[in-house]
Ligand binder design. Sequence first.
Ligand code: FMN
Length: 166
Amino acid sequence: MVDELFIKRRSYRKYLPKEVEEDKLNDILQAGMLAPIASGKYFNVVLKVFRGEELKTLQETLVKETGNDNTYKAPLVIGVYHKGENVELANLDAGAIIENMLLEARELGLGSVFIYSICRLTRSNEALKKYNELEGGYILRSVVSFGYVEDFNDVREIEHKFSVIK
Ligand SMILES: Cc1cc2nc3c(=O)[nH]c(=O)nc-3n(C[C@H](O)[C@H](O)[C@H](O)COP(=O)(O)O)c2cc1C
């Protein structure tokens, strides 16, 4: 049931050292592409997959520069890059894309985390700057880590509650 999937989607920050299969990665990418995008400008977005040696280099650079691997040692990371001039819309597009991918990942038995902190670092840190922009003027808007998790109960205590005005 859809409701159950929403409840099951949490941020998982401890991953097993196990690769995510290609078909699952493709399903996650497809879920991202089915997100609503402002004015239907899907051509403004690039989903950049980081894994293997390329991801290892990113993670090592993060540790070297900040003392922290903000990807939580994930075996798979996806960067959402956007070339729209309206930053507000670019960020909203990224949020919609990422939420679809988070939910799809959980449906596939994977954990994930929506990670903004890397994005900020790629703007301010010289060694990480190369991750801020892709050829063609696509700018990093946010990042998601994915992977298998040992314990789906290992999540931060948090109340999912907004104020609501009816
Ligand atoms: C826009 C946005 C940025 C986030 N950035 C980070 C981040 O940089 N690092 C992190 O560990 N979690 C990050 N999160 C995850 C939130 O901390 C998490 O979703 C929230 O505390 C609710 O917990 P839950 O995902 O387990 O439901 C981010 C979430 C959102 C929506």
